[in-house]
Design a protein around this ligand. Structure first.
Ligand SMILES: NC(=O)c1ccc[n+]([C@@H]2O[C@H](COP(=O)([O-])OP(=O)(O)OC[C@H]3O[C@@H](n4cnc5c(N)ncnc54)[C@H](O)[C@@H]3O)[C@@H](O)[C@H]2O)c1
Length: 271
């Protein structure tokens, strides 16, 4: 499906690690819709992942940057403006990592150094990207910034651990910065709250297979795929969604507003 709704637009995409990454699908969809893009990821992910493969497919340059480093982000945005001959139109923030989740530390016994890292990588990085863009004037008028989030920010999913706190902060940053960037340049900032999706970050959460199935069984439309999420991101980068800002937008097949499904009740009745 391509309607060229991003024709002539220029964007920066964070977080494509391998073909399962949501950012990977967004990059492919953005190019299919007519955008030209720059790709970025943490230097370590460049060595482990397959981003150069994606770059070749998308005719994009890859600029490494650690999203916790304001210096890296400033250099990245400056390079991006050189590549695209001026300010860009959209940014995807698709970044998440928790050392506590990785090391299986329970929420009641967190390592606080790890906790700060989780917040820095998964939430503050959105502020750092926005602040660097704001100060460099790196986004065009009516530009669009999307961050990816998960409903554990608002409802408790015990195994999501300190990532829940990071996502709550991420969503708040989108609202707060959305106000300031809207006033300055009509730039819109939103988060998309996506269904559980099989990716490196997603499947690192303990019991992921069970809550993937739970969400799928409760959602009237089933879980939203990474490809569907990419299509939604594309609409948010397009001119068709110009007046949407400071929102947390659910992209979850109806999960967030369903109390219980018949399928789940059937399953529970058989326990
Ligand atoms: N997979 C899911 O179930 C799910 C559901 C809702 C939201 N999300 C969110 O979607 C986003 C993308 O995750 P994904 O599921 O595609 O997994 P993924 O593992 O493919 O992507 C996570 C990315 O974050 C990058 N990253 C980590 N530390 C970084 C740093 N310091 N600087 C720059 N980049 C860094 C990684 O290199 C990786 O590319 C995340 O914000 C995640 O929380 C995922």
């Amino acid at each position: 499906m391509s309607n060229q709704i991003l024709k002539g637009k220029k964007g920066l995409i964070f977080g494509a690690l391998d073909e399962s990454s949501i950012a990977w699908k967004v990059a492919e969809a953005a190019v299919a819709e007519g955008a030209s893009i720059t790709l970025t990821n943490a230097p370590i992910a460049m060595r482990m992942g397959k981003i150069n493969e994606l770059a070749a497919k998308c005719n994009a340059e890859v600029v490494p940057a650690d999203a916790t480093s304001s210096e890296d982000l400033t250099n990245l945005l400056k390079r991006c403006m050189e590549i695209h001959n001026g300010p860009i139109d959209f940014i995807l923030h698709s970044i998440g990592m928790s050392p506590n989740v990785r090391k299986k530390k329970p929420y009641t016994d967190l390592n606080y150094e790890f906790y700060l890292k989780t917040l820095d990588v998964s939430a503050l990085s959105l502020h750092k990207v926005l602040q660097a863009a704001y100060q460099l004037d790196a986004l065009s008028e009516w530009g669009s910034v999307v961050g990816l989030t998960y409903i554990a920010s608002q409802r408790t999913f015990p195994n999501y651990n300190d990532m829940a706190d990071a996502k709550a902060t991420l969503e708040s940053i989108a609202r707060s910065f959305g106000y300031h960037y809207g006033i300055k340049k009509k730039v819109r900032v939103n988060t998309i709250s996506q269904s559980p999706t099989w990716t490196t970050a997603g499947s690192g959460v303990e019991g992921f297979d069970i809550f993937f199935k739970y969400a799928n069984d409760i959602s009237p439309l089933g879980n939203a795929s990474a490809e569907a999420c990419a299509q939604y991101c594309i609409t948010m980068f397009s001119d068709y969604t110009k007046m949407i800002t400071m929102q947390n937008l659910f992209h979850d097949g109806g999960f967030s507003f369903t109390g219980v499904s018949e399928k789940l009740m059937d399953a529970v009745s058989k326990l």
